[in-house]
Design a protein. Sequence first.
Length: 183
Amino acid sequence: MMSTQEERELATLGGGCFWCLEAVYKELRGVERVVSGYAGGHVPDPTYRQVCEGTTGHAEVVQLTFDPRVVSFRELLEVFFTIHDPTTLNRQGGDVGTQYRSAVFYHTPAQRETAGQVMAELTAAGVWDSPIVTEVVPLGVFYPAEDYHQDYFERNPAQPYCRAVVAPKVAKFRKHFLEKMKA
């Protein structure tokens, strides 16, 4: 049975560099489209350079189009909270600045509620020694990043940042979620 676009949902997540998130989510079954971009800021149509300067308020994010019959929003968040550190404010590893903050930009009240539940469960389970600082805020406007940021890891696997930072996150995803990978 063929599905229609109306049965698809969107999720917008920020967890450090968008190249890392994009590379992982492109391999997750049920995710049909991944677009790197910017959200959460106050400057219209920001450029990568502006976002990196940290003055626009935007986070680097990925916007996922997914089939909720194949992968749930909760499962997207389970991957999200596995592949980045949600306890470091405005940084992921060596990437420092508000553009690298951990954020769930929810599209619906149900997404907001699910994010809160998942974060509460992870906190109760004591997964991290430090508190989760992931912000859960409504999505305002999503701006796709420049074309050269799309499919970045796929096109630049030998680039030093990709080898040192992106590849290990993809490997971690594969190790923990092998059964959820696309064939």
